[in-house]
Unconditional design. Structure first.
Length: 213
């Protein structure tokens, strides 16, 4: 069995001050988790984690499909690697709101692999193409994201099994994970952890999620 992986996706939330307060409290439980803050907060997170020698690992929420160069607003793989070891690619919010398709995602995967970033690749259902080189995938059905309506652990388990057959080593579940339902997912044989959006924003709820997982 793989070790349990808990990922916090802070999405487009938290100012510097709010994030510092969150981090100070989360650091007290001294657990190995992955946190994916907005780009603006990565530097502060890294400095704090290094200074306090915390077991927290960092991920970016996105990566440029291009190498460095004239791409206004983009952050490239080498820049991310200075702060983080992971990157989320293929989130449905990026597919829906920013027009990311399989072709763009393939380029992002290439950039991430070229920069030695570990990819957390989001799959919305069993039909989603999983590019080569993906070791961690998250099953995140669109209807469950931010709605308070999680998928059933049985369906998540079914998709996790399929993803593993396709060569993915670690499969997470994401979508309305709470401290109340987290164990129902992590107790499934092929589910190795969770990716938590809304439930990670309140630090006390997130600590409960980690403790109950
Ligand atoms: P949620 O988001 O926990 O807020 O539903 C999950 C996700 O985006 O993966």
């Amino acid at each position: 069995m793989n070790p349990l992986l808990i990922v916090a996706n802070l999405k487009s939330n938290k100012t510097l001050l709010e994030a510092k307060e969150w981090l100070e409290i989360i650091s007290t439980i001294n657990k190995e988790i992955i946190v994916c803050p907005p780009f603006t907060l990565l530097s502060m997170f890294k400095q704090y984690i290094d200074e306090q020698k915390l077991p927290i690992k960092l991920g970016a929420q996105d990566i440029s499909q291009f190498d460095e160069g004239p791409y206004t607003g983009e952050v490239n793989g080498r820049q991310i690697k200075e702060f983080a070891d992971f990157v989320i690619i293929g989130h449905s919010e990026r597919r829906t709101n920013f027009g990311e398709n399989d072709e763009i995602l393939k380029k992002k995967v290439e950039q991430a692999l070229g920069s030695n970033l570990e990819i957390i690749y989001c799959i919305q259902d069993e039909t989603i193409f999983i590019p080569q080189g993906i070791k961690i995938a998250t099953y995140e059905p669109v209807f469950a994201i931010g709605t308070g309506r999680p998928d059933t652990p049985q369906e998540a388990e079914r998709i996790a099994k399929i993803a593993k057959k396709k060569g993915v080593k670690t499969v997470l579940y994401g979508g309305s994970v709470t401290s109340q339902n987290v164990k129902s997912f992590t107790s499934m044989e092929h589910i190795d952890g969770v990716l938590v959006g809304g439930g990670s924003l309140n630090v006390n709820e997130f600590i409960k999620i980690i403790e109950n997982a």
